[in-house]
Ligand binder design. Structure first.
Ligand code: NZQ
Ligand code: ZN
Length: 395
């Protein structure tokens, strides 16, 4: 086991009716005037937003609301939120929604704490580091991105179509309200996309180089992946299965609060995420579905770099019995691809609805490699040419 730092400061309020504690939690964090941030309407339709407002009023917390966050949250709305928050002198940002709303809230919170002439995109474009962030909290409505307990946020520039992540512990939520019942209104496709993203957060950390396949981090990840296979099938069969919804919601947090990488000596691979972010920025679409469309091609492209690890995934997670590592590795990739299909996920870019020309592929690889200046992935670092080849194989 290698040395590590583990920092998970977010207070998680998990369970039925946990929403009723929102106002008090904001007060405890020093908030008195809140920017209440939400998405395209699901929280309004379900009555959740009204419930949150009642709760804020009861705790003596005032608010100004800003809705309209879209999946792949846009920089333009972030800028609007910063201007509104300044004008209204808010001291806390509350996200009511999924990863997109929470990420947009994080970006607004950076902007509100920064000097007035600082462009918040500078952080995402790697031109500057944030030194402060307004306190923020989340009422989570979808089990997926894990942003409620992660350090990262991902924003898309409306002008350039660049989708860029920025990570800092400053933006860790003060609290996360997690009531699994809130996720019962999700359409099956969004549920499946969320479950895929959760599993990918586990797998991106599992496929790290030089590991020992030791039992702590790898064993936890394998157990969680098996549990995800089980509960995802349950929730796809019965969307109102609260027990499965709860298990999945908590696993969504565990998958992305950095616990599973402790002692691995690396944050993981993350190539599929980088390849998806490039697709998401250019063509929009749901993050989890994009990951599903890329993973099979990525896995086949890189598995010869570490057949033992892919074979361990195959045997310990997917139940493959093949004894020879390379054959087991391929059987595991096939089995996971079949699972993705079973839950209605696209497993190629064509199935995702994209028909990419060679020119499109080269442009994606150019963008994902930051114009040829970086590689992505660790189990096998992918340069621009490798990225193009993975996109090609995923067609
Ligand atoms: O906007 P509304 O109307 O709320 O609809 C949303 C949206 O259309 C809907 N939804 C959410 N909760 C619902 C619901 N519909 C019915 N009932 C509910 N209870 O679901 C759709 C997707 O919402 P979104 O917030 O986009 O989902 P998700 O949590 O998957 O977030 C995706 C974003 O997070 C980023 C992704 O790249 C993507 O931009 N990520 C953020 C990470 C982080 N900050 O740590 C890590 C991830 O890897 C990921 O990159
Ligand atoms: Zn993700």
């Amino acid at each position: 086991m290698r040395d590590f730092t583990f920092y998970a400061p977010t207070r998680v309020m998990f369970g039925q009716e946990s929403v009723s504690q929102t106002g008090e939690l904001i007060r405890a964090a020093g908030g008195r005037r809140v920017l209440l941030h939400y998405g395209g309407g699901s929280a309004v339709k379900s009555g959740l937003l009204d419930q949150v407002c009642r709760c804020l009023a009861k705790a003596g917390v005032s608010w100004v609301a800003l809705g309209g966050v879209r999946p792949n949250p846009r920089l333009s709305l972030v800028r609007e939120g910063i201007a509104l928050g300044r004008k209204e002198q808010v001291d806390f940002v509350l996200a009511v929604g999924g990863g997109s709303v929470i990420d947009s809230a994080k970006a607004i919170a950076y902007g509100l704490a920064a000097e007035e002439d600082r462009d918040v995109w500078d952080f995402y474009a790697r031109r500057a580091q944030a030194t402060a962030c307004l306190p923020l909290g989340a009422v989570v409505t979808i089990a997926a991105a894990g942003s409620e307990c992660s350090a990262s946020s991902v924003i898309t520039s409306d002008q350039t179509g660049e989708k860029r992540g920025y990570s800092s512990d400053l933006a860790r939520c003060r609290f996360a309200i997690m009531d699994p019942a809130l996720t019962c209104t999700l359409p099956p496709y969004q549920t499946a996309c969320g479950c895929t993203d959760i599993m990918m957060h586990m797998m991106e950390r599992y496929f790290h180089p030089g590991g020992t396949l030791a039992l702590c981090s790898d064993g936890m990840t394998e157990a969680l992946l098996r549990a995800m296979l089980f509960h995802t099938r349950r929730v796809m069969a019965d969307p109102m299965d609260l027990d499965a919804r709860g298990e999945i919601m908590w696993m969504g947090t565990l998958a992305h609060n950095d616990l599973l990488q402790c002692g691995n000596g690396s944050r993981g691979d993350w190539a599929c995420h980088q390849l998806q972010h490039e697709l998401g920025g250019r063509y929009d679409g749901t993050h989890g579905a994009g990951l599903a469309a890329i993973w099979p091609a990525w896995a086949r492209y890189v598995c010869s770099s570490d057949p033992a690890r892919f074979a361990a995934f195959a045997r310990r997670v997917m139940g493959v019995e093949e004894s020879e590592d390379s054959a087991a590795a391929l059987a595991g990739i096939d089995a996971f691809t079949a699972f993705l299909r079973e839950i209605g996920m696209p497993v190629t870019l064509g199935e995702l609805g994209l028909s990419l020309s060679e020119e499109d592929i080269l442009a994606l690889a150019r963008g994902c490699s930051f114009q040829g200046t970086r590689t992505v992935g660790t189990i096998r670092p992918l340069d621009e040419a490798d990225m193009a080849q993975v996109y090609r194989l995923a067609r």
